[in-house]
Design a protein around this ligand. Structure first.
Ligand SMILES: NC(=O)c1ccc[n+]([C@@H]2O[C@H](COP(=O)([O-])OP(=O)(O)OC[C@H]3O[C@@H](n4cnc5c(N)ncnc54)[C@H](OP(=O)(O)O)[C@@H]3O)[C@@H](O)[C@H]2O)c1
Length: 258
């Protein structure tokens, strides 16, 4: 019965770090790591550098066919068991919604909202007691964020669905962890869209992918529903739950992140 870890967005940044740590055995017994992204060359290099069996899936997760392909691959693998699903693939640009190209907006919503739900739905029948789901949200989920409106709303969706699913599945000892990192220096910021907004928002600072993954895996192992790796963002989360929205926006303006 091969125990499979499935990681989306494995070709760079946070996803690649998840694969590295899973390969080093930080998630317990995993026989195969299934990695998903569009860039085949990057996935092939994971196959070469990992010691475990890595199965690359060069797929665009905005295309609904991708979910059928992954589900078929699981069905065709005798006694496949998904021990860990990491819904990590993501993209987003800064700027007003009205100035965002329509196709970009629609692809972003497909990637951030439809893809993780489809993947959870398709992999759940292959999960067993003790399986874990890690959903990468963002601190952008805490407060609805002008100039990142659809992205922050999509990450809020990720946060909320993770928390309710975690309760739905607790009876079968499957846990869902929403991870909320702040900015990280990955390719995510290579084409930021409105550079001025990006500069302002990134004033909140960066954290390291290594630390985010370390904490995410630890939270998932412990069956915790929420993982906010950095201390200042834990405080922001607490504040966001009591501060009226307009007051939060006024604070963001005052400190120059908006
Ligand atoms: N970096 C930050 O500041 C930050 C902060 C908070 C949360 N996050 C979240 O963290 C997650 C990882 O992002 P990252 O920082 O590691 O960025 P990244 O380095 O740009 O990685 C994004 C990954 O998603 C994959 N991807 C993008 N579009 C895809 C598509 N249509 N189909 C399949 N795969 C796709 C990319 O692979 P291909 O291009 O090869 O397809 C890549 O592997 C995302 O969910 C992001 O929203 C990032």
């Amino acid at each position: 019965m091969p125990a499979i870890a499935l990681v989306t967005g494995a070709s760079s940044g946070l996803g690649r770090e998840f694969v590295r740590r899973i390969d080093h055995g930080e998630t317990g017994p995993i026989d195969e790591i299934w990695v998903v992204a569009r860039r085949a060359d990057r996935l092939e290099s994971l196959v070469r550098t990992c010691s475990k069996t890595v199965r690359p899936f060069c797929l665009d997760l905005t295309d609904p066919m991708s979910f059928d392909i992954l589900e078929s691959a699981l069905s065709e693998t005798p006694t496949a068991r998904v021990s860990l699903l990491v819904n990590n693939a993501g993209a987003g640009t800064f700027g007003d919604l009205a100035s965002t190209p329509r196709d970009e907006l629609s692809d972003m919503l497909a990637l951030l909202v439809r893809a993780p739900v489809e993947l959870i739905y398709r992999t759940l029948p292959f999960m067993r007691e003790g399986s874990r789901i890690i959903n990468i949200a963002s601190v952008a989920a805490f407060i609805p964020q002008p100039r990142l409106a659809a992205y922050s709303a999509a990450k809020r969706f990720m946060l909320d669905i993770s928390r309710s699913l975690d309760v739905e599945l607790e009876g079968v000892d499957i846990h869902v962890t929403a991870v909320c990192p702040k900015f990280m220096k990955t390719e995510f910021l290579d084409a930021p869209g409105d550079a001025r907004s990006a500069r302002k928002m990134t004033k909140i600072g960066f954290e390291r992918t290594e630390e985010v993954v370390r904490q995410a895996l630890r939270a998932a192992r412990a069956g915790r529903g929420l993982c906010i790796p950095s201390l200042d963002m834990k405080a922001l989360y607490a504040a966001s739950r009591v501060l009226p929205y307009r007051a939060a926006i006024a604070v963001e303006r005052a400190i120059g992140v908006l």
